[in-house]
Design a protein around this ligand. Structure first.
Ligand code: NAP
Length: 498
């Protein structure tokens, strides 16, 4: 009998133990790959570990904001809270054997493709060096806080922190607090802290549309039904999924008009004061900025101890903020609800590809990737939640589609025994030209500032078609759109015999 040569499976390095890293870890563990997840913090959970601000809750329904391979019948609420989601992700990491592969407190700052060895070399901030055949980023786009460069910021003598690095040692009880920003994070923590602070100034640069959150706790009977009849849980999940699939992003669609009308009438119902209402009314359609849902944001702004400040911030002083009208706002604690460097993908890592090319140079006009996953010039590099994969469906659903694609690519690499895979430049070019062409007429380009776009106006975060279509595109690894690169003969021999 002829023995087949043993084919070595590529080793995999994953950056980040958030939902993407965990999803890939589960698939790799199941398939028996050798892999390590490098995580800068001391545990798993990613953004759900970082964002512990009061009131933190997901705004995608919990039955869809979970993995299809780990349905959770026990979600307590339509929209799960941060502690519940973190506990869920931790449970997944334990249950599927991912945790032993996670190397915590290890922030990777450099990744270099070694042309001869056909491997990635990673360097951590503390100068440790690691190697792997395949590198997968699970960093996503909401991991680096954005703190605006406001004149005088360093002079402030009170306590300061960003919403995603909430300082729980600072008691806000009875304090005068200022919060900058009115995005998805602020609309959750402002109503949560307003009842305990003495006074809260909310600095708004641009108003946002809000529609009411339709929500409630799941009853024990519902939970037990989901547990006893898994099909019921799955059906519930797919109903939510389908409601996302029907969303359109066209500025002139009936749906956009209807949602904008709904948000306007909700604002009219909740805010009696015409002056305050005018300040809270955007001049762009729903969706131009991320759609936001809340039942307590608008009521919080009508509290006697909360003031909405819409004057431009001029400077931060030792004791507060001076606005363009000359008024000085005194406070003890400053909270930045100013979001993330969302469109600066992988900004914390210097990634060098074939021939030493730099990813940040290649992306100087805005990040782009084929299917948001692969980049020409960067062999065996995959990005989870990469460019143009946001905004259409639960990101956990998108992660699973991406993981499926990466696993098919890994199988292809294993089959071929050596070499590396690199998407062909013309394939990536054609894909991204189509993506950008589809951005015209979408709400994301409807005349507001948002983090979806880079200064040139290119939309780098959003996917202009449905999650279902993306899922279909990632079902098979389209190897013919990739070229193989070969390393040195020694490396090739090593791969064949190892
Ligand atoms: P964000 O949506 O980007 O909002 C940042 C806010 O800070 C905006 O109101 C922005 O004003 C303001 N800002 C930035 N620089 C400023 C400056 N120099 N002066 C005054 N205001 C300034 O950030 P985020 O609220 O942290 O949310 C980011 C993303 O995280 C969300 O879009 C979402 O994807 C995710 N998230 C999800 C959830 C959830 O599921 N529940 C919760 C929180 C966050 P402008 O509008 O004028 O730029």
């Amino acid at each position: 009998m002829m023995l087949r040569p043993t084919r070595r499976r590529p080793s995999v390095a994953i950056l980040g133990a958030g939902a993407g890293g965990i999803a890939l870890g589960v698939a790799l563990s199941r398939a028996g790959y050798d892999y390590t997840i490098y995580e800068k913090s001391d545990g798993v959970g990613g953004t759900w570990r970082d964002n512990t601000y009061p009131g933190a809750r997901c705004d995608v329904p919990s039955h869809l904001y979970s993995f299809s391979f780990a349905l959770n019948p026990w979600w307590s609420h339509t929209y799960a809270s941060q502690p519940e989601i973190l506990a869920y992700l931790e449970r997944c990491a334990d249950q599927f054997g991912v945790r032993p592969h996670v190397r915590t407190n290890t922030a990777i700052s450099e990744a270099r493709w070694l042309d001869l060895d056909q491997q990635w070399e990673l360097r951590s901030e503390s100068d440790e060096v690691f190697r792997a055949d395949v590198l997968v980023s699970g960093l996503g786009m909401l991991n680096v806080p954005s703190i605006p460069d406001i004149p005088g910021a360093s002079q402030f003598r009170g306590r300061v922190f960003h919403s995603s690095r909430w300082d729980h040692d600072v008691s806000l009880e009875g304090k005068r607090v200022a919060s900058i920003g009115t995005g998805a994070s602020a609309i959750q923590y402002v109503p949560a802290i307003a009842p305990v602070v003495e006074h809260l100034d909310v600095f708004q640069r641009t108003p946002i549309w809000i529609t009411p959150r339709i929500e409630g706790p799941f009853t024990p009977t519902q939970q037990q039904r989901f547990a006893r009849v898994p099909f019921a849980a799955r059906l519930h999940r797919w109903k939510i999924w389908w409601s996302y699939e029907r969303a359109t992003f066209a500025t002139d669609s009936d749906q956009t008009r209807m949602q904008t009308d709904l948000a306007r009438s909700y604002l009219e119902r909740k805010i009696d004061d015409a002056e305050l209402r005018a300040k809270l009314t955007p001049d762009f359609p729903v969706g131009c900025k991320r759609p936001l849902i809340s039942r307590d944001w608008l009521p919080a702004l009508t509290r006697p101890n909360v003031q909405l400040v819409t004057e431009r911030i001029c400077e931060i002083t030792e004791t507060g903020i001076r606005t363009a009208d000359g008024e000085h706002h005194d406070f003890d604690v400053l909270i930045y609800g100013t979001g993330f460097k969302a469109n600066e993908y992988l900004s914390t890592i210097d990634i060098r590809g074939r021939g030493g090319r730099r990813l940040h140079d290649d992306w100087r006009d805005g990040a782009e990737a084929y299917l948001g996953l692969t980049v020409p010039g960067y062999p065996n590099l995959f990005l989870l939640y990469g460019p143009n994969t946001n905004g259409v469906n639960s990101i956990l659903f998108m992660h699973e589609a991406q993981v499926h694609y990466v696993m098919s690519a890994l199988r292809s690499l294993t089959r071929h025994g050596r070499g590396a895979l690199e998407v062909k430049p013309r394939v990536a070019r054609r894909y991204n030209d189509r993506i950008q062409a589809a951005m015209g007429g979408t709400v994301w380009t409807a005349g507001c500032d948002n983090y979806f776009r880079v200064p040139s106006g290119k939309v780098v975060t959003q996917l202009p078609y449905s999650g279902g279509r993306y899922w279909l595109r990632t079902r098979i690894f389209d190897r013919w759109r990739y070229r193989s690169t070969r390393g040195s003969p020694e490396q090739a021999r090593g791969r064949r015999t190892r």
